[in-house]
Design a protein around this ligand. Structure first.
Ligand code: FAD
Length: 333
């Protein structure tokens, strides 16, 4: 096991953070060793994938970062579906590309989401009407409470909109592999723009869907290698029918989308029209002009500045609507 001192700026897409001790796990034995080392040395173990949904405070004390770098993919073929197991350190979009190349349906709408396979179940990644949980069979984890490797079923993960057991029992489970069931029979999901435009066209291929998703994402989202960011900074709030009716009296144009448990309001709209913070900056931190739900580090911003900027947006929206936004990005201190 090799522990190195690194700058966490280089391990997160927001490029915020200071020096820390980091160890990479290339297999499950490494996970076990890191866990035991952290336990013996009274260190808190923080699990890291690609750092595209994480912002670290500059000073972290008594923390060991465990970067999951376990590679490998296994596919079992059946008549009408495949069961694909990818290890936690695989890059999510490589798996999507592999599935699309083979016409295995289920995750094509999740094209081009950055990050690792191991992190995907944590916030139950989602985009364009599809969530990971729709294809998820099980997750292999190291359970740090029981000190053993175990399998968790889709049900055990308690996945919902940008949420799962892994967010609530933080740092308990270390995900080493994810198993998906993908269909050989076309199952396109066209419920969201821009994919709605493909509805009714029988010649649409799985590759057409992937390409349209990628094209849209490239247009809307800043490249984090140029403009450091972590994608959507906040979740879209869900309100009851009564709240929705009340809000639309004050904000006639407020868009609402009916979902299972109420009405979802696009946070990007709230940031633009309630907080009036679209394309606004405070020092080196600001919202992205095309998609204000994305907060960009325009220079050498700090954990505190980012946090204050996010809180300013939260406060303004709460003052105008009584809705308190929830952060999607993980703040680690
Ligand atoms: C430009 C951009 C666009 C994005 N678009 C979307 C989108 O459309 N939909 C969406 O859902 N997300 C989106 N995201 C967010 C991000 O891509 C996902 O949350 C992704 O799953 C994070 O992967 P990661 O490996 O970078 O996770 P990290 O940031 O490294 O970790 C995220 C969280 O997961 C935990 N974690 C990581 N790996 C493991 C593991 N193996 N076991 C247990 N816990 C672990 C970490 O401790 C942390 O709490 C976007 C981000 C960016 C930068």
């Amino acid at each position: 096991m090799v522990i190195k001192s690194v700058s966490l700026q280089n391990y997160t897409s927001l490029r915020v953070g200071g020096e820390a001790q980091l160890v990479c796990a290339h297999n499950e034995q490494h996970v076990l060793e890191a866990f035991q080392y952290a336990k013996n040395n009274n260190l808190k173990l923080h699990i890291l994938g690609s750092g595209t949904n994480t912002v670290f405070k500059e000073t972290l004390t008594n923390v060991l970062i465990l970067k999951i770098d376990i590679k490998g993919v296994e596919v079992k073929e059946f008549d009408d579906h495949v069961v694909l197991t990818a290890n936690g350190g695989e890059i999510w979009d490589d798996i999507v590309e592999h599935a699309v190349d083979n016409s295995w349906w289920g995750i094509e709408n999740l094209s081009y989401i950055p990050g690792t396979v191991g992190a995907a179940p944590v916030q139950n990644i989602g985009a364009y009407g599809v969530e990971l949980k729709d294809s998820l069979v099980s997750v292999r984890v190291f359970d740090t409470h029981k000190s053993e490797f175990t399998e968790m079923s889709n049900k055990d993960c308690l996945s919902s909109y940008r949420d799962s057991i892994f967010k609530h029992e933080k740092d308990r489970y270390i995900i080493t592999a994810v198993t998906l069931k993908l269909s050989k029979i076309p199952k396109p999901v066209y419920t969201y723009e821009p994919l709605i435009s493909l509805f009714g066209n029988n010649d649409v291929s799985i590759m057409d869907i992937r390409e349209l998703v990628i094209k849209t994402r490239v247009h809307k989202l800043p490249d984090y290698n140029v403009y450091p960011n972590a994608g959507s900074f906040f979740k879209n709030p869900i309100v009851s029918r009564e709240e929705a009716e009340h809000l639309t009296k004050s904000y006639l144009q407020m868009p609402l989308r009916k979902v299972e448990n109420g009405y979802k309001i696009p946070t990007a709209w709230l940031i633009e029209h309630v907080a009036e913070m679209k394309d606004k900056r405070v020092r080196n931190v600001g919202t992205w002009p095309v998609q204000p739900l994305v907060i960009v580090n325009y220079g050498d911003t700090t954990y505190q500045e980012l946090s204050d900027f996010a809180d300013l947006i939260i406060q303004k929206i709460e003052n105008g609507t009584r809705i308190r936004l929830e952060k999607e990005v993980n703040f680690i201190e």
